[in-house]
Design a protein around this ligand. Sequence first.
Ligand SMILES: C[S@@+](CC[C@H](N)C(=O)[O-])C[C@H]1O[C@@H](n2cnc3c(N)ncnc32)[C@H](O)[C@@H]1O
Length: 265
Amino acid sequence: MLVSARSFDEYRAMFALSDDDLGQRVLDCPGGAASFVAEAGARGVDAVGVDPLYGPERDVLGALALREIEHKHAYVADNAEGFVWDWFGTPERYTRLRAESARAFTADIAARPDRYVAGALPHLPFPDRSFDLVLSSHLLFSYGAQLSEDFHLSALIELVRVARREVRLFPVVLHTSDHRYPALDQLRAALDALGVPSRLDRVDYAFQLGGDEVLVLDAAARGPLPATRPGADARDPVRWRHLGAAAGGVGGAASGTGAAPVPGA
Ligand SMILES: C[S@@+](CC[C@H](N)C(=O)[O-])C[C@H]1O[C@@H](n2cnc3c(N)ncnc32)[C@H](O)[C@@H]1O
């Protein structure tokens, strides 16, 4: 897995964000090195990011993201037919926009550190219903080959717990295969049983082939969530190759999953 840096405009398209949505308190989980919180804040939006890497590693995160962007440029350019180019146009523009996002993130996390909270699913450090809208991109479903179904359910329940209105997740395809996360229907059924209906909407954004659907969870009318969530003790088994490359392999992640590019991440 790697850290990525999507922009506010990408978020707006991926999550079909309206002006009304952006008038609310928004959580970005995981924020990574995305510039959503930075750019949203500059527009007066009350947005907060949470990510396990917003702890001691926060100062090197932007640089790690830039390294990943550089690394991925060659892959994307060599495999351009494996991506959808309606949004970025060319690999060069893709790389330039992602690098701009990483730089905006780096400046904002230094200028407004309180907007970036260290935390990891499935246990977020926020009280129930802290945010109107919770956005989650390129972790759940994307890494469905590495993260268990139990982890997914626990994480989804946790995202619902901290949401007052909605949780939106993008995309619903695996990052390597462009296939939908196989247990998506089962997870939706489990959430429905907890009083959390959901729907899949098509959006005007895709970079991965087939990656143009957002899952919207309606958290507004939910009942009490289970006190002991199934799989709540699930560990995130992913090892972070960029952390393995950082000084000494922060967080014990030095083992890495190998240096193969991660197409959809
Ligand atoms: C591919 S990035 C996506 C970042 C951002 N949403 C974007 O689209 O640019 C995946 C992020 O998930 C974070 N992550 C990994 N395990 C996590 C967990 N258990 N809970 C929350 N975030 C996690 C990583 O630190 C990384 O920043």
